[in-house]
Design a protein around this ligand. Structure first.
Ligand code: AQP
Length: 329
């Protein structure tokens, strides 16, 4: 079986973008692949977090991903900060990653514009920590939203560079992007991706939003003045809604256009909202059960961190040896 790795930051409440762009697919891959999933909480502190809120977000994200269908009987699902090899390999990889390469990362540029008062070194070296996450598990495939494409490319370059300098050490991973819904945009500003940390909560549908909130956000979604449901350049708002509807119903854009021929945007928004509410209802119910089972959750992440440590350590040991660190026998 090929190995799959993916992670998500517990940097806020998880969005429909996170779910459709990546995690719905991740849950569906568990029979065919050896799946390794993580909460990337080390990455999260690249933006300042309030400690109590951060802890709460992390536990909630753990429960929510289980509710998405991540099954610890089939897959590994751990919390990054509980597996020390991630930070250790990231340091080594930092020394094999160029300043110029990191400077070109668009996420760094976006986030440093947004957090101009805290452009810390961790924000800059975020992609080499992400490379460490992936390479530690010798992942073949990394299912993520298209916004992560540049980071995956960098992880490949770092792996190839290290392999060429020493000898084959890392599997060179490939990104895997969904065909539709690879990038869900803000409902209020469809030029911007839907983001956990968006200041405008109306633009962002959270997986744990109530049905009323979800419907309200879709009804208020920014569209255009044409009033015809079809996919076209310049219709970012409608394109985004069509993308969401397409992923959830499995319908093509042509089928959606036919379904809403002669109908206004109001009907279309209502239908998209309703589909989202129905998709999320069983997830929300499962989440509510899990979040009350704190002991189960703790047992789960503890055991998964131990298993992940055993795997990650093997790669880290190889790397330390190849680089030339003095070994303790
Ligand atoms: N809008 C999106 N559309 C599709 N996929 C998305 N992803 C994120 N936003 C969208 C995918 O979700 C996974 C987890 O992302 P992350 O937590 O590592 O961080 P991010 O990409 O920076 O996500 P956010 O929601 O925008 O968080 P903040 O606000 O903290 O920066 C990834 O697979 C990502 O592609």
């Amino acid at each position: 079986k090929k190995t799959v790795f993916s992670a998500i930051q517990p940097s806020g409440s998880i969005t429909l973008g996170n779910f459709l762009g990546a995690w719905r697919g991740c849950a569906a891959m568990q029979d065919e692949y050896r799946c390794i999933y993580a909460l990337a909480d080390l990455h999260t502190i690249t933006v300042r977090q309030e400690p109590a809120k951060f802890r709460k977000n992390t536990l909630e994200a753990y429960a929510l991903l289980l509710a998405f269908g991540i099954d610890v009987e089939k897959s590994l699902f751990f919390i990054q900060s509980q597996v020390p090899a991630h930070a250790q390999l990231a340091w080594v990889l930092n020394c094999y990653t160029q300043f110029g390469e990191l400077s070109r990362m668009t996420q760094f540029k976006d986030k440093s514009a947004k957090h101009a008062d805290n452009i810390n070194a961790g924000l800059f070296t975020y992609p080499s920590l992400m490379a460490a996450d992936i390479l530690l598990y010798q992942a073949d495939l990394v299912p993520v939203g298209i916004d992560q494409k540049q980071h995956i490319e960098l992880a490949r370059n770092i792996a190839e560079r290290f392999n060429a300098l020493y000898s084959p050490t890392f599997t060179v991973p490939e990104g895997m992007f969904p065909k539709t819904g690879a990038k869900i945009m803000s409902l209020q500003d469809p030029a911007k991706k839907m983001s956990k940390s968006d200041d405008n909560a109306n633009g962002c549908v959270y997986v744990l939003d109530t049905p009323d909130d979800i419907m309200r956000k879709f009804k208020r979604a920014v569209t255009d003045s044409e009033a015809r449901v079809h996919y076209a350049e310049g219709k970012d708002g409608i394109n985004n809604l069509m993308g969401i509807y397409a992923v959830l119903t499995g319908k093509s854009y042509e089928e959606i256009e036919r379904e809403f021929e002669g109908k206004g945007y109001g009907d279309f928004k209502e239908a998209v909202g309703q589909t989202v509410v129905e998709e999320l209802a069983p997830i929300q119910e499962k989440f509510r059960r899990l979040i009350d089972s704190k002991d189960y959750l703790e047992a789960c992440y503890r055991e998964n961190a131990q298993k992940a440590t055993a795997i990650a350590q093997r790669t880290l040991n190889k790397v330390m040896k190849k680089v030339g660190f003095l070994q303790v026998k």
